[in-house]
Design a protein around this ligand. Structure first.
Ligand SMILES: [Zn+2]
Ligand SMILES: [Zn+2]
Length: 270
C-alpha cells in the first residue's frame, strides 16, 4: 500500500488517550498520553497501586515523563514521594504546593515551580494550569492541549467561577468533579465542620453544580465526559448519572464515571 498517496486530510486515530487511574477521597490520578509523552495529573495513589493500575491499562509507570500536581491534599500526592525516589521524573506544581509537600520528597526531587496561571510545554503537548477555588494553599487544575484537541480537568473546587467556565469551554474531553449529593452530605456521618468545608465555596462540587457546569459548557464537538472525585460516603454513581445525563442532553459525549478502586479504560480523543 502506498501511504504517501494518502490524501492530506488523512488523520491518524486517536491523537490523545487518557485514563482516570483512580479517583475519590482516597486518591486521585489521571494518566494522559500522546505519541511522544506520557504524563500524570496528580499522584494520589501508592506507588504499588500506580504500577498496578498502569499495568491494567497496558502501560508502564517507568515510561511516564512528568507529573503535574494540583495541590497538597494527601489524596493527590500520596504516591509522589516514592515516585520521585524510584523514578526521579520531573514534578510540576505551585510554590505553595511544594512548601506543603517538600518533606515528602527526596532531596534529589526534580521539582519545577509553576504559577497558578501558567503553561508548560513538553514537546508539542502543552499543560496549562489555572487557579481553582479550593482550600489548598495554591491549588490549580489543568487543561492539556495537543494539536487542536483540549482535555479540561477540574477537580477539587468549591464553586463554578468565571475562570472555570472559560477553561472548560470548547474542550474535547472534560474530567470534572461530581463530589457529593447535598442531601446525603447533610444527613451523613461527617462532623458539622467537615460538612461545611465540603459543601462550601472552597470545598468540592456537588452533583448539581457539576451538572450545571456541564450544561453550560457542552458543545457539539464534546467527545467524552468523565466524572471524578465521587465521595464514597455522600454520593452514589447512580445519583451522579441521574444529574449528569440530562445536563448533557443533545450532546454526543460519552459519559464515564470514574472509580476509586479501578482505572477507566484508555479513552481515545480523536
Ligand atoms: Zn483537595
Ligand atoms: Zn481531592
Amino acid at each position: 500500500m502506498c501511504y504517501s498517496c494518502d490524501p492530506p486530510t488523512f488523520r491518524r486515530l486517536p491523537i490523545l488517550q487518557f485514563s482516570v487511574l483512580g479517583s475519590g477521597s482516597k486518591g486521585n490520578c489521571v494518566y494522559i498520553e500522546n505519541s511522544n509523552h506520557r504524563i500524570l495529573l496528580d499522584a494520589g495513589l501508592s506507588l504499588r497501586s500506580l504500577k498496578e493500575r498502569m499495568a491494567l491499562i497496558g502501560r508502564d509507570l517507568a515510561d511516564v515523563s512528568a507529573v503535574f500536581l494540583t495541590h497538597e491534599h494527601s489524596d493527590h500526592i500520596k504516591g509522589v514521594g516514592m515516585l520521585a525516589k524510584k523514578h526521579n521524573l520531573p514534578l510540576y506544581g505551585t510554590r505553595g504546593t511544594l512548601a506543603k509537600i517538600e518533606h515528602h520528597l527526596p532531596a534529589s526531587a526534580d521539582w519545577h515551580s509553576i504559577e497558578r496561571e501558567d503553561e508548560v510545554c513538553l514537546g508539542n503537548l502543552k499543560v496549562e494550569s489555572y487557579p481553582t477555588p479550593h482550600d489548598g494553599v495554591e491549588s490549580v487544575a489543568f487543561v492539556v492541549h495537543y494539536e487542536d484537541r483540549r482535555l479540561g480537568h477540574a477537580t477539587d473546587l468549591g464553586c463554578i467561577d468565571k475562570t472555570l467556565l472559560e477553561k472548560m469551554s470548547g474542550c474535547d474531553a472534560l474530567l470534572v468533579e461530581s463530589n457529593h449529593d447535598p442531601k446525603m452530605l447533610k444527613a451523613g456521618p461527617y462532623p458539622w465542620s467537615l460538612k461545611q468545608r465540603v459543601g462550601g465555596d472552597r470545598g468540592h462540587l456537588s452533583n448539581q453544580e457539576c451538572a450545571q457546569l456541564l450544561n453550560q459548557v457542552k458543545h457539539d464537538e464534546l467527545q467524552t465526559v468523565v466524572l471524578m472525585h465521587l465521595s464514597g460516603v455522600n454520593n452514589h454513581p447512580d445519583i451522579v448519572r441521574q444529574h449528569a445525563t440530562p445536563a448533557l442532553a443533545g450532546s454526543r459525549a460519552q459519559l464515564h464515571i470514574s472509580r476509586q478502586d479501578h482505572p477507566t479504560p484508555l479513552i481515545p480523543l480523536i
